[in-house]
Design a protein around this ligand. Sequence first.
Ligand SMILES: Cc1cc2nc3c(=O)[nH]c(=O)nc-3n(C[C@H](O)[C@H](O)[C@H](O)COP(=O)(O)OP(=O)(O)OC[C@H]3O[C@@H](n4cnc5c(N)ncnc54)[C@H](O)[C@@H]3O)c2cc1C
Length: 335
Amino acid sequence: MTVESVLVVGSGSADLLAALSLKKKLPSLKVQVVSSSRLGIIGVGEGTVPYVVNFIHQYLGMDEYRFFNEVDPVYKLGVRFTWGKRDYFDYTFSQNQWAFQAPDLQRPSGFFARFGHHGIDLPGALMEKNKALPTRGAGSPDLPPAGNLVAWHLENHSFASWLDQSCEEAGVEMPEGEIKSVHQDETGSISRIELKDGQSLSADLFVDASGFRTELLGKILSEPFDSFHDSLFCDRAVVGGWDCKPGEPILPFTTSDTMQSGWCWRIDHPHRINRGYVYSSKHISDEEAEREFREFCPDLNTTRLVTFRSGRHQRVWVKNVVAIGNAAGFVERPN
Ligand SMILES: Cc1cc2nc3c(=O)[nH]c(=O)nc-3n(C[C@H](O)[C@H](O)[C@H](O)COP(=O)(O)OP(=O)(O)OC[C@H]3O[C@@H](n4cnc5c(N)ncnc54)[C@H](O)[C@@H]3O)c2cc1C
C-alpha cells in the first residue's frame, strides 16, 4: 500500500504533533487535520518529560527561540511527591539520581538516601531552592545538553496555538467540522469521512486522534478495549487554578500531593498555577471531591470536571487506521 495522503481526526496536542511530524519528515505527503471547535480538546496535559523537549527541538528541529517566545514554558526539573513516610520525595530526570557516585563517597548516592535525600543531585538541589537552572555570567541560564535533564510545563492554549501555527506553516491542511458519517470499503478499511457541513474527506491512512471518543478505532472498527479499572481506580479529575499573586514563586517542578481518594497535581506557569484532583468516583462523590479540592487549594477560581478511563485498545493499528493519544490508550498515574 502506498500512502500518499493522511487524515488526522482531532486537533488536540497528540493530533497536531502527529500531523506536524508527518509533514516535517515527509513533506510530499498530503496531511489533513479535521477538528471540531464545538467538541474542543480535553485541555489537560501540561506536564511533560524530557523526551518531549528532545522530540520538538532535536527530532523535529523546531526553533527554540520562537518556541520560548510563543509558548513561554516553565522549566520542569522533576516531580515532588508529597506522600509516604517522608515529608516529600523529589524525583528528578537525571537518570542516575540514585546510582550516581560522587568522587569522595564510597557508595552510590542511593545508599545514603535513608539519612536524607534532599538535594541528592544537581536538579534535586535546585528543586530544594525553587531554582530552575544554574546561571552563567550575566544571569543567562546554563542549559544542560538538550533535553537530558529538563522538561517543561506547557500552558495548553499557548502550546495549542504554537502547534496550530507550525502545522499551517508546514503545509498541513486543517478543515474544521464534526464527523457525520464514516464510510468503509469492501475490506473494512476507512475510505472517506463525511462532515456535518457536507465536506467529504478521503485519505490512504487515517490517524484516529479523537481522544476518548475514539471515533474510528473504537466506534467504527470496534477494536476491543482492555480496561485497567481493576488496578487503576481513578476515573475523574476536578481541574482548576488561579492567577499568580504578586511575588508568588513559580515552582520548577510538578507537585503530586496525596488526597483522600486520589492525588492532586500542581503545575506552575509564568502567570498561572494549575491544579487538578484526580480521584476514584467509586470512593468519593463529585461534590465531596470538589469540597476537598477547595479546602486543599483555597485560591482556586472556577473548576471543571474531566472524566477519563484507564486502559488501552488491544491493537492501535487496525486496517488503515492508527490510533494515537487518548484514542489509543491512557494510563492514569501521578505525573
Ligand atoms: C486527568 C488527566 C491528566 C493528564 N495529565 C497529563 C500531563 O500532565 N501531561 C501529559 O502530557 N498528558 C497528560 N494527560 C494526557 C493528555 O490529556 C493527552 O495526552 C493530550 O491532551 C492529548 O490528547 P488527545 O489529543 O489524544 O485528545 P484531545 O485533546 O481530547 O483531542 C481530541 C480531538 O478530537 C476531536 N474530535 C473528537 N471527536 C470528533 C468528531 N466526532 N469530529 C471531529 N473532531 C472530533 C476533538 O475536537 C479534539 O480536537 C492527562 C490526561 C488526563 C485525563
